[in-house]
Each structure stands twice: as C-alpha cells, then as structure tokens.
Design a binder for this molecule. Structure first.
Ligand SMILES: N[C@@H](CCC(=O)N[C@@H](CS)C(=O)NCC(=O)O)C(=O)O
Length: 113
C-alpha cells in the first residue's frame, strides 16, 4: 500500500504525484497542513526527520526526499518506464526539489532571506 504525505502547495509533492499518476498507481492521500505546522508534529517527524513534505510510505516503510521517492517508484514499479529517461529531462527533474525551506518556517537559504 502506498500513502503519500503531501500538500497542494508543495512543488516537491507535486513532482511525486506526477510520477504516481504517470504510473497509474493507487495511493492514499495524507494531507500535511504546513500552515498549521503539522510537519513539525512528532508523529510526522517520526516519518520524516527533516519535517518537510513529501513522504511516501510503501507497505509501512517511509521514503523521504522527492527525487529519491521518484527514483524509488521507478525501481519498485518499473512499468510503464519513466518518461524522464531522456538525460536532460531527468537532470531537470532532479533539480526540481525545493532547494530552500518554504515560508512556513522561514528559510534555511541565505538567498531566500
Ligand atoms: N529536498 C526536499 C525538500 C522538501 C521541502 O522543502 N518541502 C517543503 C514544501 S515544498 C516543506 O515541506 N516545507 C515545510 C517547512 O519548511 O516548514 C524534497 O525534495 O523532498
């Protein structure tokens, strides 16, 4: 069973949802309310110690980091093959992770302060 902890305002989570849709996988939605700070609640931090979304849970095992999650899905569910196999597109998808913290808890990037 696949469960995705996510929110609609996260580009990182959108990236994972695109891969889930591309592979037509069934998954349960677990919305994390970033504005309420739910990403910092102990139950969620137990899944994702960085306290960010997304987190994928596959048969009880949490997987974190959006790019890692996408690559995991490609490995665990190889059919259909990823449309991101073209090197420039694959490289571009890797760079699509949130490089800085969202504004909900302030930035960790000097460029975003
Ligand atoms: N490198 C991580 C970044 C995850 C990340 O920064 N997620 C943001 C939303 S796009 C988040 O959860 N921010 C909540 C916070 O900083 O409090 C990934 O790609 O999964």
């Amino acid at each position: 069973m696949l469960a995705l902890y996510h929110t609609n305002i996260s580009v990182c989570a959108q990236k994972v949802r695109l891969v889930l849709a591309e592979k037509a996988l069934a998954w349960e939605s677990r919305v994390v309310d970033l504005i309420a700070g739910a990403q910092t609640w102990p139950d969620y931090v137990a899944l994702n110690p960085k306290g960010v979304v997304p987190t994928l849970v596959h048969d009880g095992r949490p997987i974190v980091e959006s790019t890692v999650i996408c690559e995991y899905l490609d490995d665990a569910f190889p059919a259909p093959p990823p449309r991101r196999s073209d090197p420039p597109i694959r490289w571009s998808a890797r760079g699509c992770g949130c490089g800085r913290r969202s504004r909900t808890r302030g930035s960790t990037s000097p460029a975003a302060r």
